[in-house]
Design a protein around this ligand. Structure first.
Ligand code: PGA
Length: 249
């Protein structure tokens, strides 16, 4: 059985003060919850207060992005070593908003994945098709390509901690959710691609999360699918009560 991973992606929301307020309310509500793993990914400037607030709790803290180089002249970027230095343990890589607005490519996703793994971070690699691709029947091709390129040159041993998030772009922030069956089908494609890259044993243990308009009222139907190993939650993770209802689906 794969333990499910429930991840909050706050995107560009909340100040450090609002981050502290979130944890003050959220942590007591999930304190005894050990069925699933919980991760919160706030903006970079909120990471120190988030780490401090969550210290000793059952909630881990992740970043929303990470650079592929160890250090250097990369204005505005944050390295994996900087994240681990402040006890951040997870990193989202290749979110569709980064691919769409910040020129993230399959190649940069691959490089970021490799660096994150080298530093002992748990990467959450995002893949997913846009609406035109789904309507043109290209979903499987897109997922295969994104996975193949992301996993390129990485060994199963090195990739051990990695999780993947399937996020159909047309479902993100739109209120449109993939049906549990659509998500499960996509996850099967991703798992097969992981098997090609890393072998069957790795693929059987790989956690594949679903993301895209996960809400308190659809979380349990999604999480009931055997192929769905957790959720990457945007909008509904900003409110501690809503996110708690998702965590406790
Ligand atoms: P959403 O975002 O839950 O607001 O659709 C999900 C994501 O982008 O990770």
């Amino acid at each position: 059985m794969r333990k499910k991973l429930i991840v909050a992606n706050w995107k560009m929301y909340k100040t450090p003060e609002q981050t502290t307020a979130f944890f003050d309310e959220f942590l007591p509500m999930v304190a005894s919850h050990d069925r699933d793993e919980i991760v919160v990914c706030p903006p970079f400037v909120d990471l120190p207060v988030a780490v401090e607030a969550a210290e000793g709790s059952n909630v881990a803290i992740g970043a929303q992005n990470v650079h592929w180089e160890k250090e250097g002249a990369f204005t505005g970027e944050i390295s994996a070593g900087m994240l681990t230095a402040i006890a951040v343990t997870h990193a989202i890589i290749g979110h569709s908003e980064r691919r769409q607005y910040f020129n993230e490519t399959d190649d940069t996703v691959n490089r970021k994945l490799e660096t994150a793994l080298e530093h002992g971070l748990t990467p959450i690699v995002c893949v997913g098709e846009v609406l035109e691709e789904r309507e043109a029947g290209l979903t499987e091709d897109v997922l295969r390509r994104q996975c193949m390129r992301a996993f390129n040159g990485i060994s199963a041993k090195k990739a051990a901690k990695m999780a993947v998030a399937y996020e159909p772009v047309w479902a993100i922030g739109t209120g449109k959710t993939a049906t549990p069956q659509m998500a499960a089908d996509a996850h099967t494609v991703i798992r097969l691609e992981a098997e090609k890259a890393f072998g069957k044993e790795f693929a059987d243990g790989l956690r594949i999360l679903y993301g895209g308009s996960v809400k308190p009222d659809n979380a349990s139907a999604l999480m009931a699918e055997e192929e769905i190993d957790g959720a990457l939650v945007g909008g509904a993770s900003l409110d501690p009560k809503n996110f708690t209802r998702i965590v406790k689906y």
